[in-house]
Ligand binder design. Structure first.
Ligand code: NHO
Length: 330
């Protein structure tokens, strides 16, 4: 049995609980014993019994106590069985406490990109604490939602392949915006702001959609992958081209794509807006899809992963599968 404490029950957190509730009978070894948002928390005190997931929203509202992170973490870390903290916030404050969570014996699963793309010192500390305490940290959903991007890259690196280049469309929101924009044209179609609103309503955007539009979200993903590939990338120095929310250039037989590049060979990593011919694989993407191409010594013709890269259902799927990877060990 693995016990779970969930921090953050917004768009992605709620969807995760719904997936856990629906498939609980097929994964009987997982129990949610605590959950919290920024104002209230619910603990299954005193005996670590599973919380009733079908009614968690009302119960949190009516019976929840004032949120208190240290009480929450103490409760989960004193669990009699192995326990996982799921961070479904976008909080830097929570991310900076992962070393503490690991020290307290907790495993960590998260779609929050902050810990893996901010200060290199925090990133190193997380890796060291996980190793020292023999605990696991999984963050598949931080890049490409539930697509197996991080696990594939880690497998390539750990088995000794040489990464020559990783190139991809890493933003579901921007894919969606460019696809809608290409469809409608800039004269008669929807306004840029209307397309962004639909992207937000579909759950593709970050809690603050400006992080998608200013390129920060893609930059974070490039840093996350670059660090796994052994590079010393930092948000402060990564070249990132901004996107202007004004009439975007539209050329015949070309589409706009926002491309992230990780290049350990030339050292030319960055994020740029490019106009591509319709024949380019990145030009064929539909909806909010991502496409990531790994060119390595073993894969001179790139290994390509493609699929929905944003939205609550696919992000929660990535978190759920990370939870199972930990639960399977106990
Ligand atoms: P919400 O809906 O704002 O919910 C946040 C929850 O955290 C709330 O319950 C809030 O009360 C709680 N919270 C915040 N601070 C707290 C604190 N200090 N203590 C306790 N609770 C706290 O956020 P979302 O939309 O559910 O997002 C959650 C996380 O998922 C974020 O880190 C986000 O970056 C990540 N995520 C989302 C997506 C997505 O599709 N929406 C993706 C990946 C990760 O693959 C996706 C992606 O990259 C999307 C990207 N925008 C793109 O490609 O376009």
């Amino acid at each position: 049995m693995v016990n779970i404490g969930i921090i953050g029950v917004g768009l992605v957190g709620s969807e995760l609980i719904s997936q856990l509730a629906t498939y609980a009978s097929s994964v009987p070894r997982i129990s949610v014993i605590a959950l919290t948002n920024s104002s209230k928390q619910l603990l299954s005190t005193p005996n670590y019994s599973p919380l009733e997931l079908s009614t968690w929203k009302q119960t949190l509202q009516t019976q929840g106590n004032t949120a208190n992170l240290s009480v929450f973490i103490d409760y989960v870390s004193n669990s009699p069985t192995p326990a996982i903290i799921i961070d479904n916030t976008s909080s830097q404050e929570i991310a900076s406490q992962y070393p503490l969570f690991l020290e307290k014996g907790l495993h960590v699963v998260t779609p929050n990109k902050k810990a893996f793309s901010s200060e290199a010192t925090l990133y190193k500390e997380i890796i060291e604490e996980a190793k020292k305490n023999k605990k696991l940290v999984f963050n598949e959903s931080t890049v490409g939602a539930g697509l197996p991007i991080i696990s594939t890259l880690k497998d390539l690196v750990r088995t000794g392949d040489k990464i020559n280049r990783i190139e991809g469309i890493f933003s579901g929101t921007l894919s969606y915006i460019f696809n809608e924009f290409s469809k409608s044209g800039d004269d008669n179609g929807q306004k840029f702001s209307e397309i962004v609103t639909v992207a937000k309503n579909n759950g593709y955007t970050e809690p603050d959609p400006r992080d998608d539009l200013n390129g920060l979200d893609v930059a974070r993903k490039v840093v996350i992958l670059g660090r796994i590939a052994g590079m010393n990338l930092s948000l402060d120095t990564l070249p990132v081209e901004n996107i202007v929310p004004e009439p975007l250039p539209k050329n015949n037989n070309q589409v706009l794509r926002y491309v992230g590049v990780i290049d350990p060979v030339c050292g030319e990593s960055g994020v740029k807006l490019v106009s591509l011919p319709l024949s380019h694989p990145f030009a064929t993407l539909k909806g909010s899809d991502n496409m990531i191409a790994f060119t390595t010594q073993r894969f001179p013709n790139p290994l390509i992963i493609q699929g929905a890269g944003a939205g609550a259902a696919v992000t929660a799927f990535g978190i759920f599968s990370d939870i199972l990877k930990i639960a399977d060990r106990f």
